[in-house]
Design a protein around this ligand. Structure first.
Ligand code: AMP
Length: 147
């Protein structure tokens, strides 16, 4: 089997996010692959910003919420030793932007967390399900424990 060369970790800040991040890091290490990470901002308002906009991480803004998000993301990036050039923060719809960056950056493995959903929640779908269905590369879904 060909070794993975570029692993993309999709980061949310759920309780088990760090667990998913550690899995991605150890996979990248095992394959000696490049590790990138992405967080898509869908929880803070960004007027006059179109979906898919890449947020520059090396420039300060006057938006306090955005600065908080950037600081959390950079802290995790430092912890995982992800090169600064491989950290992606965008404004948009998570499933779309994860797939877009994976294709643009020629990622061959996307790592996401996955909840054991059923009933209506399953019908409504999730980021993990959408990435799994639409990504052109392999996707590793890390099973998360539900309460
Ligand atoms: P969900 O199915 O939406 O609960 O999310 C499951 C997984 O999708 C998370 O563990 C992350 O890997 C990824 N994910 C969810 N939201 C985001 C986001 N805003 N940015 C990047 N990845 C995300």
């Amino acid at each position: 089997m060909k070794a993975y060369e570029h692993v993309l970790l999709a980061v949310d800040y759920s309780e088990q996010g760090l667990y998913v991040a550690e899995k991605a890091r150890s996979l990248a290490y095992r394959y000696q692959a490049k590790l990138s990470m992405i967080h898509v901002l869908d929880n803070i308002p960004m007027p006059d910003t179109s979906y898919g906009t890449v947020i520059p991480l090396d420039q300060d803004s006057s938006d306090g919420l955005l600065e908080e998000e950037k600081a959390k993301f950079m802290q995790l990036g430092d912890q995982l030793k992800v090169d600064k050039a491989n950290r992606w923060m965008l404004w948009g719809i998570p499933k779309q932007e994860i797939i877009h960056i994976a294709e643009q950056e020629q990622v061959d493995l996307i790592v996401v967390g996955s909840h054991g959903r059923h009933g209506l929640a399953l019908l409504l779908g999730s980021t993990a399900n959408s990435v799994l269905h639409y990504a052109k590369c392999d996707v590793m879904a890390i099973r998360l424990q539900d309460d």
